[in-house]
Design a protein around this ligand. Structure first.
Ligand code: SF4
Ligand code: MG
Length: 310
């Protein structure tokens, strides 16, 4: 069953294009990775799902969640969606958790708002905390954010995200601010818990390998467009779009130890600066004359004029 559908989603902010024709489905219980360099529109795609858009934003196309047109929801419908059906985990947990209140307050607030009695809310918060591995859950409840490391606090945010038993988790670079070992642990917890519950996940990262490790499918974004969608398990064998291949070649694992991290040659484009034809034409090693003028249509699994020959 399809839970989330983006159909030719377009977004402009103050008249400047940010997203163009973004189409993507997420099935119930499915994990989809949204991968690309910064500025490719990953965060704005996810924000469009819950209508967290800046002033001056104009939206085209549709976003459907569980059949409902998100951009047509009234205030009550939108509140319900954000507080119950869809949970969000962002890059910096300290920006999310109120610094002066306790972890217990943070966790129980949303349940109390939904009318759950205090005792039951605390019980549920403790259970949720134990599931994300934070040591003594009872003690954590009394602590304040500054007493916890970034990794522990992000686990608290994940516990909070799971509390309302959402159907979809939107995770935007949830571990980028953490050190590498902690990153792996936090991603493993998120992955394990959402699988146990059958919660769908839209996972934003610039790390293709990480996305492939935890997701069922990968959508690769460039300059406000999705250029390729493929099963995570087939990433290395089936990637055909030149940008996906460039990302694969640039992954840290492809570099000998001690060597500098490879990057994709050329300057990343945004939807605003990208060429009129193929958005990747400036950096693509295979670009032909028509690539600059003629926009490739997304067919099958990717948008590229040369799919048949690459
Ligand atoms: Fe490269 Fe042309 Fe394909 Fe774009 S359409 S990715 S420029 S070959
Ligand atoms: Mg971002």
């Amino acid at each position: 069953m399809t839970l989330l559908t983006l159909d030719r989603l377009a977004l402009a902010i103050d008249g400047r294009p940010v997203l163009r024709q973004v189409s993507l489905d997420v099935a119930a219980g499915e994990a989809v990775g949204l991968v690309g360099e910064s500025g490719s529109g990953k965060s704005m795609t996810v924000k469009s799902v819950v209508r967290l858009l800046p002033p001056g934003a104009t939206v085209g196309g549709t976003v459907r969640f569980d059949g409902a047109d998100v951009h047509a929801l009234n205030a009550a419908g939108l509140r319900r969606m954000r507080s119950r059906d869809v949970a969000m985990v962002f890059q910096d947990p300290r920006a999310v958790v109120n610094p002066v209140r306790t972890v217990g307050d943070f966790l129980t607030e949303v349940l109390r708002d939904q009318g759950m009695p205090r005792g039951a809310a605390i019980e549920k918060a403790v259970r949720s905390l134990s599931e994300v591995g934070v040591g003594d859950a009872g003690r954590r409840l009394t602590q304040r954010p500054y007493e916890l490391s970034g990794g522990l606090l992000q686990r608290v945010v994940i516990a909070a995200a799971l509390l309302t038993e959402p159907r979809l988790i939107l995770a935007d670079e949830p571990t980028t601010a953490l050190d590498v070992t902690t990153q792996e642990e936090v991603v493993a917890i998120l992955d394990e818990q959402r699988r146990l519950r059958g919660t769908a996940l839209l996972f934003i990262t610039h790390d293709l390998e990480l996305a492939a490790a935890v997701c069922d499918r990968i959508a690769v974004m460039y300059a406000g467009e999705i250029v390729e969608i493929l099963p995570a398990a087939r990433l290395h064998d089936d990637a055909r779009h030149p940008y996906t291949r460039a990302l694969l070649a640039a992954r840290p694992g492809a570099v000998a130890p001690g060597q500098r991290l490879l990057t994709v040659p050329g300057t990343p484009q945004s939807a605003l600066t990208a060429p009129a034809g193929c958005v990747f034409a400036d950096r693509c090693p295979h670009a032909e004359a028509r690539c600059r003028d003629e926009r490739p249509v997304f067919t099958g699994s990717a948008a590229c004029h040369l799919l048949e020959v690459l």
